[in-house]
Each structure stands twice: as structure tokens, then as C-alpha cells.
Ligand binder design. Structure first.
Ligand code: NAP
Length: 340
């Protein structure tokens, strides 16, 4: 099979298209014929090896060891490992390939990939493979921020900062679907897209600072985290929730060692000093959340915004586009074009 192989931590010239044997599914795993896969920020971090602490967290201390990047996929089940009962050969599915946390390559940039069965869901027939591949990681992070940490409910006033990015656009739509009133913050060129996605109000971050306004929110979902924490907490109603996602601008704004983790640590300290007990969010209920994302997308209540579709041998170009912010919407890699 064809696969993109990561040879060393570096910005460029570290990904090669090679021929490799097709992997075999272990117990609890599914072998997928990959139709499409998508790019996200953590793939960039793993390919670059930055921030450095992720190398300790499963990426590989001295190098990536020739592994295959990619975590999100859609495709067709080729074979199932023992104890897998939810899927059978020929099922169209979508989901994630990583076994535990996100700080490791998942092997999705290939003709075939294995994925844990509990991180897959059946693909709704009305959803294309390209659309389905755009859903998993960004959609799951948005679900976690909106429902698990954010506990959004109808009538809540929500602000999403960085709302036109992959996570933000899903969070905005999920909050609207839940009946919240959403203010979306992003750059001038993206405000129309935010209105079309259902935002009740839009703010241009290049001319307005949302933390300086009079409005107060039940929930703030903050992707870039570009204001001091105290000012972000200051726009909350007394019972309001602040959910920080974290974005280091592909190495531009975060430190080399721990990236945007530094802000998490400051946030936890501030919350602890205020008598709150910060905690890591629990792992998502993958089958439930993926099925929900698929259903909402099939019903047209959640629209994955696909900005560009590239072929497998264009993964290095796709990563450069991601880093440069050259594409609005999700970059999807189509591995096997649909049969005519
Ligand atoms: N998406 C995923 O699947 C995924 C996976 C794993 C982890 N994550 C985590 O989630 C983070 C967010 O990911 P993402 O995919 O949503 O990022 P993204 O697609 O790059 O979106 C970030 C958005 O924030 C905007 N922004 C930048 N500076 C801003 C500011 N000062 N005020 C308001 N908005 C600003 C960006 O606009 P500009 O173009 O103007 O800069 C962009 O629209 C990542 O860094 C990563 O740590 C995401």
C-alpha cells in the first residue's frame, strides 16, 4: 500500500511517500480501506516535533521512527480483529485511528489503516467520504468544549473566540443547534462565513477586543487564548464557564518547550486560587459523539467546511497550507477517489 512516512522532526522534507505492507488488525481493531483523511493542528505539531514536551508524551523522544501520520479517516471496513462486533467487512465508517491521546501518529495517511473499533462510527449514506473525514478530531474537541466542559443549554449566551477555525466552526454550530445565542470572534475576512454558520453576532478581532466590551456570557470557548486570563474570566456571568482549547499559531506564539500548555497551567492556578478545582476533561464517549456528529451532519444541522481537497502525495503541501493559514476550512486528503 502507499503511505506517507515521517522520517525526522523538521519543518520540511521529512515526509516520504513509500510502499509498505498492509497492517493487520489486532483484537478490538478494524482495518480500513481509507477513502479520505484530514489535516489538523496536532498533525503539524507531531511532524515538527514541537513543542518538545510532546516527544515525551508518545510522539518519540529521539525521532518519529518512520511512523505514518494522520488520525482522522473515512473509508470502508476491509477486515475486523477478534472481538469486534459493531462492524463488518464493507461497512462505510468514519472516525479516529489513535489508540489513546492525540500525541502520536495514527497511520491514516495511507491506503489502509487500523483503528480501534470504539473510535469509529458508521458513516451516514448521505454524507460523502470527504465530508465525513472532516468531522472526527475537530468535531470531538468541539463537542467536549460545548457539552462536556461547557454544559451549554438553550438560551445561554456563548462567545466563541477563533470561531472560523476547524474547532470553532463546529463549536459555533453545536451551540446554535443547542439553542444558545452565539457571538463569534475571528478576523475580518471570515465574518461572513460566521454569519452563514448561524452566529447571532460577529466581532472582528483585528479591530475589537471582546474582553473590553460590556456583554457577559454563560460560556466562553476560547481557541487562541490571546487575552490575559483574568480579562477572559471577567466577561463571564457569575456562574459562567471558560473553556480554553489552546492554539500556538503553529509554533508562532507558544514556547518551544510546552507550547500553549503554559496558559493551561496559569489558568489552573488562577482557578485554584479562586477555590475551583480544575481537572482534565474526561475522555469523550467516542461512539456516542461520533454518531451524533454524523447524524447532525447528515441532517444538515452541522456543516463541515471543506476548504481544499488534495491527493495523498500532496500531504507535505497540505501541511504547509495549514501552517500558512492559506486555506479557509478543512484541508481533506482524498486517498481513494469515489468510484465513477
Ligand atoms: N482541529 C483539530 O482537529 C484539532 C486537533 C487537535 C488539537 N486541536 C487543538 O485545537 C486548536 C485549535 O484548532 P483549530 O483547528 O480550530 O485551529 P484553526 O483552524 O487554525 O483556527 C484558529 C482560528 O482562530 C483564529 N484566530 C487567530 N488569532 C485570533 C485572535 N487573536 N482572535 C480571534 N481569533 C483568532 C484564526 O484566524 P486567523 O486565520 O486570522 O489566524 C483561525 O480562524 C489547535 O491549536 C490544537 O491545539 C485541534
Amino acid at each position: 500500500m502507499r503511505a506517507i512516512v515521517h522520517t525526522r522532526y523538521a519543518r520540511t522534507d521529512n515526509l516520504e511517500l513509500r510502499e509498505l505492507p498492509i497492517p493487520s488488525p489486532k483484537p478490538g481493531e478494524v482495518l480500513v480501506r481509507v477513502h479520505a483523511t484530514s489535516m489538523h493542528a496536532d498533525i503539524w505539531h507531531l511532524v515538527n516535533g514541537r513543542p518538545y514536551f510532546l516527544r515525551l508524551m508518545g510522539a518519540g523522544l529521539f525521532g518519529p521512527g518512520g511512523k505514518i501520520p494522520g488520525t482522522d479517516l473515512s473509508g470502508v471496513v476491509e477486515a475486523v480483529g477478534s472481538s469486534v462486533t459493531r462492524f463488518k467487512q464493507g461497512d462505510a465508517i468514519f472516525g479516529e485511528t489513535t489508540r489513546s491521546h492525540q500525541w502520536s501518529h495514527g497511520g491514516a495517511f495511507a491506503d489502509y489503516a487500523v483503528a480501534p473499533a470504539h473510535k469509529l462510527a458508521l458513516k451516514p449514506a448521505t454524507l460523502s467520504f470527504v465530508e465525513a473525514a472532516a468531522l472526527p478530531t475537530s468535531g470531538l474537541i468541539a463537542c467536549q468544549a460545548t457539552f462536556d466542559e461547557g454544559a451549554v443549554k438553550a438560551g445561554d449566551a456563548v462567545l466563541v473566540n477563533g470561531a472560523a477555525g476547524a474547532v470553532g466552526l463546529f463549536a459555533l454550530q453545536l451551540c446554535k443547534d443547542a439553542g444558545a445565542v452565539v457571538t463569534a470572534v475571528d478576523g475580518s475576512a471570515k465574518l461572513e462565513a460566521l454569519r452563514q454558520a448561524g452566529a447571532d453576532a460577529v466581532l472582528d478581532y483585528t479591530v475589537m477586543d471582546y474582553t473590553a466590551g460590556e456583554d457577559r456570557y454563560d460560556l466562553v470557548i476560547d481557541i487562541p487564548g490571546n487575552h490575559p486570563i483574568k480579562r477572559c474570566l471577567g466577561v463571564l456571568k457569575p456562574w459562567g464557564r471558560y473553556v480554553y482549547i489552546g492554539h500556538d499559531g503553529y509554533g508562532a506564539t507558544g514556547g518551544r518547550w510546552i507550547g500553549s500548555m503554559a496558559r493551561f497551567l496559569r489558568l489552573w492556578l488562577v482557578q485554584w486560587l479562586r477555590g475551583q478545582r480544575p481537572r482534565f476533561p474526561p475522555a469523550p464517549d467516542y461512539p456516542k459523539r461520533l454518531a451524533m456528529l454524523g447524524r447532525l451532519a447528515a441532517d444538515g444541522r452541522l456543516r463541515p467546511r471543506v476548504g481544499r481537497v488534495l491527493a495523498l502525495d500532496h500531504v507535505p503541501e497540505a501541511l504547509r497550507c495549514l501552517e500558512q493559514g492559506a486555506v479557509e476550512g478543512k484541508i481533506v486528503v482524498e486517498v481513494a477517489p469515489p468510484a465513477q
